[in-house]
Design a binder for this molecule. Structure first.
Ligand code: 5AD
Ligand code: SF4
Length: 469
């Protein structure tokens, strides 16, 4: 049988990147091989995201384009199947089937391991839909058969530790599309990490919607906190770097802080979304922490590890956000000093409590606030990157660079770093003396001396930016 061509178009978060790889792995035994173009594919999967703005409209317009490609494939005498996966599939499954005849299969994130079966069902019956959440057993445990480790694809890999979220921030669809929080058992995660390490992976990013809510079953039969899981994984030979994303400020337990204090493999770069610096808005968002609670959490991390740096997510223009509220966000950003951050305009998500709120912020105000916030964040990021100049920093080399003779890797802070070297260094962590900076990338030379501890302590003049920029 000739290989069949599979094209996956993924939107959204790293969980979707991971899921796309998982779908490709699930379909590989059926003879599917990934291809870069949708037009000549036998199977196209849209791996959708529902988190912000007009997600479903984007899916329908993409489906419009695919209809033309599918018609062309039929004229060429070959078939093309179209699958809609991800959070839009989960949220609007029936609607997609009704509105888009081009779609053969709609599948929610809990059911990707059923893809071969669903495709066969669609072939026999015309269409197939599966968006059920798994049902808890009589002990209240949810099975998670679909979460297996993906095949190793390089030096760095994702591993899911938990999925879903019970926080119900009022703006967010995740608790509805990804369901209740479920943690995987420690033994299963350790097995996955071991297998990836045996296949050459050196860096693991533990992913989930709220990883530090982790409470999976430990080998002792008790729920383990996230920090304890990190200790266990750091023992696995071959794993030189551990990362995790995303975390909630309310779930930062001492075990996690302790892990940052003691584990060299745990990278000193933490994504800790705060969303807003205004206590009034944080309350309306149901974040259940204040700006000063957040600052205290940051201080605990910094106390444990002086070279730690942070990134965050922000939403501007949440309903009712005043200039004063927004000024509090800028002030918080100024106080923390981020190495990077993402900021978004608020977008009402159908079915979430915030979507019912009046007092919408005007588009013009939202645009202006987003611009001011992004400018401030950008200046912090540039200042942070400049602190690398002239320093010697550990880089994990991952792949050949864009230019011949160049090898690319990442610093502990995920900054891309490039040196001229042989590809024998791929997979190794080596000290690099940074000579120059181009936008967000660092360029340097392999150093003969060990890396110096990063002078990134809070309060450093070059890294603090005053609020209100
Ligand atoms: N509008 C705008 N941004 C949102 N996010 C989540 N929901 C919304 C929404 N309705 C952002 C949050 C979150 C990130 C993944 O996406 O900042 O942390
Ligand atoms: Fe959404 Fe994160 Fe809030 Fe959970 S903690 S509801 S995923 S924003």
């Amino acid at each position: 049988m000739p290989p069949r061509k599979l094209h996956i178009k993924s939107y959204g978060c790293q969980m979707n990147v991971y899921d796309a790889q998982r779908m490709a792995d699930a379909l590989a035994p059926e003879g599917y091989v990934e291809t870069a173009s949708a037009e000549d594919a036998d199977l196209v999967i849209l791996n959708t995201c529902h988190i912000r703005e007009k997600a479903s409209e984007k899916v329908y317009s993409e489906l419009g384009r695919l209809r033309a490609a599918k018609d062309q494939a039929a004229r060429d005498g070959r078939g093309m199947s179209v699958v809609v996966a991800g959070c839009v599939a989960q949220a609007e499954g029936e609607e997609i089937i009704r509105r888009a005849p081009v779609v053969d299969v709609v599948v929610g994130p809990q059911s990707y391991h059923h893809l071969p079966e669903l495709l066969a069902r669609a072939k026999a019956a015309g269409r197939a839909l599966e968006t059920e959440f798994p049902v808890a057993d009589k002990f209240g445990f949810l099975p998670q058969p679909s979460r297996q480790a993906i095949r190793a694809r390089g030096i760095s890999a994702f591993v899911t530790v938990q999925e879903g979220c019970d926080k119900f921030c009022t703006f967010c669809v995740v608790p509805y599309t990804r369901g209740a929080e479920v943690s995987r058992p420690v033994a299963k995660i350790a097995e996955d990490v071991q297998r990836l390490a045996d296949n050459g992976v050196r860096e693991i990013t533990l992913i989930g919607q709220n990883v530090n809510a982790y409470h999976g079953e430990g080998p002792d039969g008790r729920p383990w906190p996230f920090g304890k899981l990190l200790y266990r994984l750091a023992e696995i030979p071959g794993i030189v770097r551990l990362r995790y994303s995303t975390s909630h400020p309310r779930d930062v337990e001492d075990s996690l802080i302790d892990a940052h204090r003691h584990l060299d493999a745990l990278m000193p770069f933490v994504h800790l979304p705060v969303q807003s610096g205004s206590d009034r808005i944080l309350a309306a968002m149901n974040r259940r922490h204040s700006a000063s609670d957040y600052r205290r959490v940051i201080d605990r991390f910094r106390h444990a590890r002086q070279d730690i740096a942070f990134s965050s997510d922000f939403i501007v223009g949440f309903p009712g956000e005043t200039e004063e509220d927004f000024a509090a966000t800028l002030a918080l950003v100024g106080q923390i000093g981020y190495a990077a951050a993402y900021s978004f305009k608020y977008s009402p998500r159908p079915g979430t409590p915030a979507a019912e709120l009046r007092e919408a912020v005007s588009t013009a105000d939202m645009d202006a606030r987003l611009e001011r916030l992004q400018k401030l964040i950008d200046s912090q990021q540039s200042a942070f990157n400049r602190t690398a100049l002239g320093r010697t920093i550990d880089v994990l080399f991952e792949r050949a660079g864009r230019k011949p003779g160049q090898i690319a890797g990442r610093t502990p802070y995920l900054q891309p770093a490039h040196v001229e070297a042989s590809d024998a260094i791929i997979g190794q962590v080596l000290p690099v003396t940074v000579a120059s900076l181009e936008r967000y990338s660092l360029f340097g030379t392999l150093a003969s001396i060990p890396a110096s501890p990063a002078p990134l302590a809070p309060g450093e003049a070059q890294f603090q930016t005053t609020a209100g920029v």
